[in-house]
Design a protein. Structure first.
Lengths: 342, 381, 256
């Protein structure tokens, strides 16, 4: 029982990441009709917003302490992060909490990037065949990835979580089980709650605002919405920007869990596409449900008991599920009939 | 006799192409590219691209997973060297067969869907193979250290005839070692055969069916064609070409690593095909040669060479230009590749061949309007 | 006047189609006789497209069956249905726009000869002289031989339709299904199409035409079924249908 609960929890954070990325993918495909192979790159860029922010505030100025000496007899170097220089003690707080704070940086940056991508390139491909959309966004993904590699280097850059949120919470005790049986790292819990909040926010936005209503109408029948004289262009741009922000935020908060590296985007992209396929192309609830489902499934597959029966299952379980779904229920769990069927 | 027949236009193309390929060691000299290793790469990737074009160019199905077949071909070839014989012919045959089987399975599943779903599925399968190669299948693939020849390989067939020599053996064809210029000529001959087979497919009714699938799959269905076996056949054929290319990579350098199966390698062949001209016979080959040529040049660039190239600029400007340019060369070659990819898709989706056609039409040749770079009107035969 | 009933080629037997709570089709019973031109007409929204999709196998009926020459069509894939002998023309002509007119017509001939799949890679297309001759003869027949090397995508709408008809006819179908063949056409093109269809009719081909242009229907049909709100409200010869008050009401003043 405890083992199951543990694995269930284990899958929640990854599931949250998949759900967020898949949500953005589905939004863009459902409204704009564009398959965005660069979406994973947006996730990666969000993660590197956190990296950049932290590098900025921890950039160290080196001063020499005239009184103390190092073992070599030279004046001791005092390395002070810039944040501390400017903000004193508060600066230390900033450094500690750099990951969540970089959300503030990520939102405008991702918005700008998203809008630039849409206005600059994607917009010209609405009328062009799907294949060319795939190709150009694929190329964009490579470019973005390589730019990040050029600027930040090829090695992963680990990002620590705030000190207060390290360690594990005794989830088992909270649920009435014996204490110490089921613990769960706090940050992963935070990530799950964070992703759930964003998901809820996006759904609320789509449901309760006029803009959201137009978007949903556009997803159901783009042609008619256009004919109704609604300026669909601006809304498309905003949609893309929103999807970029969602992906970026997913990336920012994920950094303590997986050290960001330049090919993070593609790693997550393939899996997220699979999630979308399983959930049903064009279905937002499907994307979210499938994201969590597959995250948890992957977690179960990593259990040692399971791996001893079928080695390597954790690597391929998601792909296998996708294959099975595609063979048995092509439109995915919650997809609409007729979307993308041969 | 009609089994080997080619229409006149294609026969001439083949003859010219054969001439070009076999004289490569000569005309590549002014380009500074007449090294056997590089020329072998030209030929091998041309084979890969030609095969890929049979799927993508003719049927329009975009696969992001063909690097997996390349990798499978390499691994199979190396195992053939290790277990049986260093002779490259059996290695090539096994590689083609095994890659074909992989393609059959992957294609069968992936073709249940079309368009975007298909592309995603092929990408997913390729990633899966790559993951497996690095983790679970390491007994077969040797994971990160890559599969290599050792001194104690069984080499059953070889050792029935010959004593075990000292040192590592090298792949051979009929007793001739596969190195240097001889290896290039072997690969070149294989390329010509592969090209000829592709031509036969292009001009056959089967090839016409593939193109019809790309043109209007609905009409194909309602005209009585079951398009799925056609697409699957094209997929398997292109997978076999990829396997052959992989085997030749291993034959010229007996090493098989999983990085050959990464999605970036798949992306590269897509780029070669598009850059050269999707749907034309020669286009993908041109694309492959251009990419490999510039890769050879640009990845070798370092700052010192950049400074020399831009030495005619004043010092301050030169430094700025060099630091910017250095991002695009050496390790940054992939960045340049990505940019080229985007530019080609945006501005010239028909690739180099389309560019050539446009320039030719400027000189007054009247052509039927419209269409992409593919064969448009076929003159009265 | 009642003809002696000829051989029934297509029987839409007691078909119902529901989409959730919506009854798109109810109590549909239609019999198409050999050699006849049977038109299905009705105002927009009457269910013509749904009925067509049920006949052609794209939609499964909620109940009832579609039987063609003794074969049940329901549940079959489009290519199987074509191989059984039904060729179809689309509202917007579905043709191979990137290929030449000649190749457009050769391809259906190859389907007829070789079946749903054939691995014929050994022979060059240029050697398929018999098929090419057949295609050229067909193009002559429809009056398009002059355009044989033109790119199909560059043809006019009327010519695309003519070529599409040639593509169907070369398969010698038992039944030709025409989905609004004159939709979106100029008066001139419409008349040309009608002339061509009359020519085909005079050879005894069985045809089902879905139309809502009355002029086309009354020039060509031997028998008309009128569809309104998912039901057949009238069924008979053109004269019978023309005088039927229910039909006039359904069309609310109609086109003529």
């Amino acid at each position: 029982m405890e083992a199951i609960l543990a694995q269930l929890l284990n899958g929640l954070d990854k599931g949250g990441a998949y759900a967020l990325i898949a949500l953005g993918l589905t939004l863009v495909f459902g409204t704009l009709g564009v398959v965005n192979f660069a979406h994973g790159a947006l996730f990666m860029l969000g993660a590197f917003c956190a990296v950049a922010f932290r590098q900025f505030i921890t950039y160290e100025t080196i001063t020499l302490d005239p009184e103390k000496l190092s073992p070599w007899g030279t004046p001791l170097e005092i390395k002070t992060p810039m944040a501390q220089v400017w903000f004193g003690d508060f600066g230390a707080v900033l450094v500690n909490w750099s990951v969540p704070i970089s959300i503030l940086l990520a939102i405008p940056v991702m918005l700008v990037i998203g809008i630039a991508m849409e206005r600059g390139i994607i917009k010209h491909f609405y009328k062009r065949p799907h294949m060319e959309q795939i190709l150009v966004t694929f190329g964009l993904a490579i470019v973005l990835q390589e730019v990040v590699k050029a600027v930040f280097g090829a090695n992963p850059i680990p990002q620590p979580m705030p000190a207060e949120l390290r360690g594990s919470a005794d989830v088992g005790a909270m649920l009435g089980l014996a204490p110490g049986m089921v613990t769960y790292p706090i940050w992963r819990l935070v990530y799950f709650l964070f992703s759930a909040t964003i998901l809820a926010g996006v759904f609320a936005f789509l449901r309760f605002t006029t803009f959201g209503m137009v978007v949903r109408a556009g997803m159901a029948d783009r042609e008619t919405v256009g004919l109704l004289g609604i300026n669909i262009d601006r809304r498309f741009t905003a949609m893309f920007g929103l999807a970029a922000v969602v992906a970026g935020l997913a990336g920012v908060m994920y950094t303590p869990l997986v050290p960001p590296n330049y090919h993070l985007g593609m790693d997550f992209l393939v899996l997220s596409f699979v999630v979308v396929v399983v959930g049903g192309m064009g279905s937002l609830p499907g994307a979210v449900a499938a994201g969590f489902l597959l995250g948890i499934l992957q977690s179960f597959a990593s259990m040692n008991e399971v791996k001893s029966i079928i080695p390597g299952i954790d690597q391929i379980i998601i792909y296998l599920v996708a294959v099975v779904i595609l063979l048995l229920r092509p439109r995915g769990l919650l997809g609409r009939r007729g979307v993308m069927e041969t | 006799m009609h089994l080997f027949y080619l229409p006149r236009r294609e026969a001439i193309t083949l003859a010219v192409f054969a001439l070009v390929v076999l004289t490569m060691p000569v005309w590549l000299v002014p380009f500074g590219a007449a090294y056997p290793g590089l020329m072998q790469k030209f030929a091998i990737f041309a084979i890969f691209a030609v095969g890929y074009n049979i799927l993508f160019g003719l049927t329009g199905y975009l696969s992001f997973g063909h690097a997996a077949f390349l990798g499978v071909g390499s691994y199979t070839a190396v195992w053939s060297f290790k277990l049986m014989t260093m002779n490259v012919i059996p290695a090539m045959i096994f590689a083609v067969v095994v890659a074909g089987l992989f393609a059959l399975v992957i294609g069968f599943v992936s073709l249940r869907r079309s368009g975007i779903y298909f592309a995603i599925l092929t990408l997913a399968f390729a990633q899966m193979c790559y993951n497996l190669a690095y983790s679970v299948l390491t007994p077969i693939t040797n994971g990160e250290t890559a599969l290599q020849l050792t001194m104690n390989d069984p080499r059953v067939l070889d050792l029935m005839f010959v004593e075990r020599e000292a040192g590592l053996p090298s792949p051979s064809l009929l007793g001739q070692a596969m190195t240097g210029i001889e290896a290039f000529y072997l690969v070149a001959v294989v390329l010509l055969i592969a090209f000829y087979v592709a031509q036969k497919i292009f001009v056959s009714p089967f090839g016409m069916m593939l193109r019809a699938i790309k043109s209007n799959q609905t009409r194909m269905h309602y005209t009585g064609f079951n398009t799925r076996p056609y697409a699957l056949t094209a997929f398997v054929i292109s997978g076999m070409y990829a396997g052959l290319a992989g085997a030749l990579l291993a034959a010229t350098d007996p090493l098989a690593g999983a990085e050959r199966m990464q999605w970036t390698a798949s992306g590269e062949v897509v780029l070669m095909t598009i850059l050269g001209g999707v749907g034309t016979l020669i286009g993908p080959i041109v694309g492959a040669w251009l990419i490999k040529y510039f890769e050879n040049i640009f990845s070798g660039f370092n700052d010192a060479m950049l400074h020399r190239t831009f030495s005619w600029l004043p010092d301050g400007v030169q430094d700025v230009v060099v630091s910017v340019a250095s991002r695009f060369v050496g390790e940054g070659w992939h960045l340049s590749l990505g940019l080229i990819f985007v530019l080609v898709v945006v501005f010239l989706p028909g690739g180099v061949m389309e560019g050539v056609r446009r320039i030719a039409s400027l000189f007054g040749k009247r052509r039927e309007p419209g269409g992409d770079g593919a064969l448009k009107t076929i003159p009265a035969e | 006047m009642t003809d002696t009933p000829g051989n029934v080629v297509l029987h839409v037997a007691d078909v119902h189609k529901r989409f959730g709570g919506l009854h798109a089709l109810a109590d549909i019973d239609l019999q198409v006789e050999e050699g006849q031109t049977h038109a299905i007409i009705g105002p927009n929204g009457a269910g013509k497209s749904t009925l067509l999709n049920v006949i052609i196998g794209k939609l499964a009926p909620t109940s009832g069956a579609v039987v063609f020459d003794g074969n049940v069509l329901t549940g079959r894939k489009p290519y199987e249905i074509n191989q059984l002998g039904i060729s179809r023309v689309f509202q917007t002509p579905e043709i191979f726009t990137d290929l030449s007119v000649l190749h457009n017509v050769m391809i259906p001939a190859l389907a007829r000869r070789d079946g749903a799949y054939k691995l014929n890679m050994l022979r060059a297309l240029t050697k398929e002289t018999a098929i090419r001759a057949e295609a050229e003869a067909m193009l002559e027949d429809v009056g398009m031989i002059a355009s044989r090397d033109m790119l199909a995508g560059s043809l006019s709408r009327g010519d695309k339709r003519r070529m599409e008809l040639a593509m169907c006819l070369i398969q010698h179908p038992r039944l030709l299904l025409l989905d609004e063949p004159t939709a979106g056409m100029s008066r001139h093109d419409t008349n040309t199409t009608i002339e061509l269809l009359k020519k085909i009719k005079s050879r005894g081909m069985t045809k089902v035409i879905i139309e809502h242009d009355m002029h086309v229907v009354f020039s060509l049909a031997d028998k008309i079924s009128v569809l309104a709100q998912g039901r057949i409200i009238a069924d008979g010869s053109p004269d019978q249908v023309r005088g039927n008050p229910k039909v006039q009401e359904a069309y609310l003043g109609g086109t003529h």
